[in-house]
Design a protein around this ligand. Structure first.
Ligand SMILES: [Zn+2]
Length: 311
């Protein structure tokens, strides 16, 4: 069975009025998945909140405390207008970060074979001590840090195919040789980081792989990068677990990118990572929703991605 982690809070979190990172994203995914043939292969699991110590592995304790203590009646701007908190945001963010750890533990215990976490707010732009780019806590980084520090794994790979570079995730593991961070993203583009020359630092040198792509890239360019760069990098690293920062905003219909991926590219990318996970780590994959802002393309792409995990 494939775990599908969800929570009502991921629908109730409001990132601001008329914001592209809207509750409609998760509503559209859930509506699609419910009537999809893939639903019979899924185990629907309610996400649990992250423990404070899980969050503090990658975030400044003062920042964690500040977010969780927010009591908000009116939306509060956390980052230059694009990252906004409302009443349920602290709880939603805490559950979004908890979902990845929970899913990873279920996979390690053999209760599910892999998982997709249908979370909001997203995570990969969140830095150690600040919210950024619609992200509050860095969900995927909390999961990776748990796998190495909480479960004792020695090699965890994060593949980030969101169209934006995951600056927060990169920074959190830049000097860490236990976490391989691979990002394929539009460049130059928000948030400005992710040049090919950023390859890690200190003992983490070589454990950050950035694959910047020019605006207009599509299936051919992405699948070539997967086959020629990403899969070989995973073969060299031999991960014990693969995490996916699964943003679907490189889709051709997405309003926030210049990329032109089709829905079927997400199927092929998923199958390539699944084959790599089967080769190296018994198929262990946890995928977490990041971006994706065209509601129809997002629902199509997530259904395709989850169905590929389930094949
Ligand atoms: Zn994105």
């Amino acid at each position: 069975m494939i775990g599908f982690l969800r929570h009502e809070l991921f629908i109730r979190h409001l990132a601001g009025y008329n914001h592209v990172e809207s509750p409609a994203r998760v509503e559209a995914i859930l509506a699609r998945i419910k009537k999809s043939p893939v639903a019979s292969s899924l185990s629907f699991i309610e996400a649990e909140p992250a423990k404070i110590e899980w969050l503090e592995r990658v975030h400044d304790p003062k920042y964690v405390k500040g977010i969780l203590a927010l009591e908000i009646d009116e939306p509060v701007v956390l980052d230059w207008g694009d990252t906004v908190a409302t009443r349920v945001t602290p709880a939603a963010a805490r559950h979004a970060a908890g979902a990845g750890v929970q899913a990873a533990r279920l996979v390690l215990d053999g209760k599910i074979s892999s998982a997709f976490c249908c979370v909001r707010p997203p995570g990969h732009h969140a830095e150690r001590n600040r919210a950024m780019g619609f992200c509050i806590f860095n969900n995927i980084a909390v999961a990776a840090a748990h796998l190495v520090e909480g479960e004792g794994l020695k090699r965890v790979a994060i593949v980030d195919w969101d169209v934006h570079h995951g600056n927060g995730t990169e920074n959190m593991f830049i000097e860490d040789d236990r976490v391989l961070y691979i990002s394929i993203h539009q460049y130059p583009h928000y948030p400005g980081t992710g040049s090919a020359g950023t390859i890690g630092a200190g003992k983490g040198t070589g454990y950050t792989v950035n694959l910047p792509m020019a605006s207009g890239a599509g299936d051919r360019e992405y699948l070539a990068a997967f086959r020629n760069r990403i899969i070989p990098a995973l073969d060299d690293f031999m991960p014990e677990f693969i995490l996916i920062s699964a943003g679907f905003d490189a889709h051709g219909d997405d309003p926030l990118s210049g990329m032109v991926l089709t829905t079927s590219a997400f199927r092929t990318m998923t199958l390539l990572l699944k084959a790599s996970a089967e080769k190296h780590c018994g198929g262990r994959i946890v995928s977490m929703l990041e971006g994706g802002y065209d509601i129809h393309a997002l629902a199509d792409s997530v259904e395709t991605h989850v169905a590929a995990l389930a094949t």
